[in-house]
Write a protein that binds this ligand. Structure first.
Ligand SMILES: Cc1cc2nc3c(=O)[nH]c(=O)nc-3n(C[C@H](O)[C@H](O)[C@H](O)COP(=O)(O)OP(=O)(O)OC[C@H]3O[C@@H](n4cnc5c(N)ncnc54)[C@H](O)[C@@H]3O)c2cc1C
Length: 540
């Protein structure tokens, strides 16, 4: 099947849905999303959205906190515009129908999180993301200009040479899972909003959809990708093998929870002046260090000194979830471990979400705007998705009429080398497992040159195996995700290897100092990783 639209949005989290709502004022929007529409990291966000709304707060304090976390790599202009546009973005969300927690005066209740010098986190209890996703989805479903295609997965971007000039993006090939076929969707503008890539690591706080598809697709199509070595590990994910990726919000520590060793000893004061409120990379590495030092499989997060009623009403979801696994957080500490949480790098974008590939725009966690630098300040990512979605739609609103003047091109239908269903799905499962374990063990919180070299060799082999398998078999979601994860792994490793210093989230034992000569973004373009230069059918 082949269809066309003004705006093709790939992904239905905060970035994709916000963009769709703004863009629907200017033209037709098709949103494709690879599972159910509510399946996103956005739905899982607990803490909230950072915005200067309190009387003691100021834009300069929010900007300074963002820059301190970003360890010298934040782009000032992006920090300033995101911070200044944050209050309006929150008001827009409330206008769309998101209901946030208020205090006894009826004002927004502002939470405090690690790295923030003021209370500025707008939240809906501890299910902020679920509330935002609900409100956005309801608005999207009510909009006559937006069509949502669930269980439709972006496979590859379609690029065309523009009269001998650079390639332009004119849409995407999209796998319709129900029909098992790959459709062609042409678009005047294609927007990647596919979220993060936590699934590249064995342990992650992210939902299953976070397989870095947007970064991999954009990279294959020739867009520039940056800062992939800066992967944020959330310090506190519930340590319970049966609980899948359940995160214990930093707001717990913001409200006074203390990290302790299993013997009850508090340890964060040994690692940072801010103690339990230190930036999350410091906390995650401290936990990793203390676990390795003590041989413990977890540490404890303790909020039992707070009144039980307060804990239950401030963290109803966390309380209920832990209780369902037998831990009553009002009376006993919670076992926790660090896990891969947030991708600070991604597809390079300008101040309006434009990538370096003409026709391709990129938003949310998939993008690298320069806001986060080498480390993200908590609750700045929902904010970034909101602000950049509006900026992109406003810019495109002024361009779309002109774009309609050029007819969309004829493009070939999707083809794989050979469309044979595989009877060896186990190959996919094994490679998934091996790749994620390798990334966890060798490219995790603490890196070394030798570990990165070993990881690069292993991933190159796996990538080749996956590529050969890919071109010989019918595409499935699992196979496509594996292919994307392999690309993301290569990008993380090569970026980490090229940064011969420690900065923000990238910490390497071999180069422990932060060096002025590395105070710039790590930019990767297609061609830098030669074995990734694939042509459709080449390996068949
Ligand atoms: C547990 C948890 C708690 C968090 N808490 C906070 C918080 O309190 N505050 C904060 O600011 N940030 C928080 N974050 C981070 C924040 O939630 C994410 O960065 C943000 O929601 C990303 O939004 P997004 O729209 O870019 O992506 P997502 O919300 O992840 O949405 C991506 C969408 O793209 C779809 N998709 C992916 N690949 C494809 C494909 N190939 N084809 C079609 N569709 C595709 C997915 O199915 C999904 O619909 C948290 C993250 C997690 C995991």
């Amino acid at each position: 099947m082949r269809e066309s639209t003004d705006f093709l949005v790939i992904g239905s989290g905060i970035a994709g849905l916000s963009f769709a709502l703004h863009a629907a004022r200017h033209g037709e929007v098709v949103v494709v999303t690879k599972r159910a529409a509510g399946d996103s990291a956005t739905s899982w966000a607990q803490g909230g959205v950072a915005a200067v709304l309190g009387p003691e707060d100021s834009f300069s304090k929010h900007a300074d906190d963002t820059r301190v976390a970003g360890a010298g790599l934040c782009h000032d202009i992006v920090v300033d515009l995101c911070v200044r546009e944050a209050p309006e973005a929150v008001r827009w969300l409330a206008g769309v129908g998101a209901s946030f927690s208020t205090n006894s005066n009826g004002d927004l209740d502002l939470g405090r999180e690690g790295g923030h010098s003021e209370r500025r986190v707008v939240h809906a209890g501890d299910i902020t993301g679920r509330e935002i996703q609900r409100a956005l989805l309801e608005a999207v479903r009510a909009s006559p200009n937006i069509r949502m295609l669930e269980w439709h997965m972006g496979v590859d971007l379609i690029t065309m040479s523009s009269f001998g000039g650079p390639d332009i993006c004119v849409g995407a090939y999209v796998l319709d899972e129900e029909r098992g076929v790959v459709d062609t969707i042409l678009a005047r503008t294609t927007v990647l909003a596919t979220g993060g890539a936590g699934k590249v690591y064995l342990y992650t706080s992210n939902p299953d959809v976070a397989t870095g598809d947007g970064v991999a697709m954009a990279f294959r199509a020739g867009a520039e990708v940056a800062n992939m070595e800066f992967f944020q590990f959330h310090p506190t994910v519930f340590y319970e093998p049966k609980a899948k990726s359940f995160l214990l919000s930093e707001a717990l520590r913001g409200e006074g929870a203390t990290l302790r060793l299993p013997d009850g000893q508090a340890f964060m004061a040994r690692h940072h002046a801010l103690g339990d409120l230190a930036p999350r990379d410091v906390v995650a590495r401290a936990i990793d260090f203390e676990m390795k030092r003590s041989g413990s499989e977890f540490v404890l997060l303790d909020i039992t000194h707070k009144a039980a009623d307060f804990v239950r009403s401030r963290f109803p979801n966390i309380h209920a979830e832990c209780k369902s696994y037998g831990v009553d957080i009002t009376s006993e500490p919670i076992p926790v471990v660090p896990a891969a949480h947030y991708l600070c790098g991604g597809v390079t974008s300008d101040l309006h979400g434009r990538s370096t590939l003409p026709g391709l725009w990129v938003l949310g966690e998939t993008a690298c705007t320069g806001l986060h630098g080498a480390n993200r300040l908590a609750s700045n990512s929902l904010l970034e998705g909101l602000v950049m979605a509006r900026r992109a739609a406003d810019k495109l609103g002024g361009l779309i009429e002109g774009l309609r003047g050029t007819p969309l091109p004829e493009v070939p239908e999707w083809q794989t080398g050979s469309a044979v269903p595989s009877d060896e799905a186990v190959v996919v499962t094994h490679n998934w497992d091996e790749l994620r374990r390798l990334m966890w063990n060798s490219v995790g919180l603490v890196r070394t040159d030798a570990r990165l070299r070993r990881a690069a060799r292993r991933v190159a082999l796996l990538e080749q195996e996956i590529r050969e398998y890919y071109w010989k078999h019918l595409v499935t979601r699992d196979l496509l995700e594996l292919r994307n994860i392999a690309t993301v792994a290569e990008l993380v490793i090569s970026s980490a290897a090229s940064r011969r210093e420690s900065r923000g989230l990238h910490y390497t034992i071999d180069h422990p100092d932060t060096l002025a000569e590395f105070a710039s973004d790590t930019v990767v373009k297609r061609g830098v990783l030669p074995h990734l230069r694939e042509r459709r059918g080449a390996a068949a």
